[in-house]
Design a protein around this ligand. Structure first.
Ligand SMILES: Cc1cc2nc3c(=O)[nH]c(=O)nc-3n(C[C@H](O)[C@H](O)[C@H](O)COP(=O)(O)OP(=O)(O)OC[C@H]3O[C@@H](n4cnc5c(N)ncnc54)[C@H](O)[C@@H]3O)c2cc1C
Length: 250
């Protein structure tokens, strides 16, 4: 039978995507004893979200990561729309935030790597990869019993763990759910969500070589509307992602 241990921290975060990583870094900078549980053991392989807008860059600035991100990324100053082979118009990104007059493109997996490295500097060992939160309870009046209010269980995931299935029990003052769209923390907390299901199909792929598009300025992000499909190219430093939106049959 797998052994289990009990550990404690002030804030236990579930989910090592960009939300959980940023929160963990900000708390660690304030000296908070934070632990972040992430069930994956490997970084994600695909670009996912690419555009970092000025407010996100301001957060990276607070974490001391903005200059690295800007040096690694590509600056996009405008979006331009094309239809039937003709340019229909362009929207400049330069006036919304004059001090940062661009959207930076950097693949999300690279942003996550920068955040993970920063968290390791700020709080070595805080990022616990290969651990999945499986359940938690809130102890009423826990402090009167000398206990922290959150009792949580994490299980070592199978991939890469030397001891898969082993459990760790956590006590924490606060549990934060940054565990994505199917959040266990949200569901177990009874927090409802209003979601609209869109029947359209959205396909995205990473490419080493951007498809050649003549007469498109390098610092523009183009959108093409060739009915019924809308597609766009997101250039990043060593490749690009292309996204296609295909409307559902109505
Ligand atoms: C193909 C694709 C393209 C995208 N393009 C864009 C885009 O262009 N622009 C944009 O704004 N957004 C885009 N997104 C969405 C963007 O990736 C998400 O909004 C973003 O990842 C959300 O970050 P998050 O940290 O909140 O959640 P997530 O990135 O979903 O991270 C949640 C983390 O929690 C972990 N986890 C879940 N449950 C548990 C558990 N019980 N225990 C431990 N860990 C757990 C997961 O492994 C995951 O790492 C795209 C997404 C995809 C898939």
């Amino acid at each position: 039978m797998a052994a289990s241990t009990v550990r404690s921290c002030d804030v236990l975060i579930t989910g090592g995507g960009p939300t959980g990583l940023v929160l963990a870094c900000l708390l660690a900078m304030e000296g908070v004893d934070v632990v972040l549980l992430e069930r994956r053991t490997q970084p994600r392989g695909h670009s996912r979200a690419i555009g970092l807008h000025p407010p996100a860059l301001a957060v990276l600035e607070r974490l001391g990561l903005a200059s690295t991100a800007v040096n690694e990324g590509a600056r996009v100053h405008a979006g331009a729309a094309y239809s039937r082979g003709r340019r229909q118009g362009a929207l400049s990104f330069e006036r919304a935030w004059p001090e940062t007059p661009f959207v930076l493109t950097l693949p999300q997996n690279r942003t996550e790597a920068l955040l993970s490295e920063r968290l390791e500097q700020l709080a070595p060992g805080a990022l616990q990869s290969g651990w999945e939160l499986t359940e938690f309870t809130e102890v009423p009046n826990g402090e009167q019993q000398g206990r922290q209010p959150i009792q949580a269980t994490a299980r070592a995931t199978n991939s890469g763990s030397p001891d898969p299935g082993v459990e760790t029990h956590w006590e924490a003052e606060i549990l934060n759910g940054a565990d994505g769209p199917h959040s266990l923390v949200r569901r177990m907390s009874g927090i409802s969500v209003q979601a609209k299901v869109v029947d359209d199909t959205y396909i995205m792929g990473d490419f080493a070589q951007p498809p050649p598009i003549p007469n498109i300025a390098k610092r523009q992000r183009p959108f093409f509307w060739n009915q019924p499909v809308l597609w766009s190219r997101f250039r990043y430093p060593d490749g690009c992602a292309v996204g296609w939106r295909i409307p559902a049959q109505r």
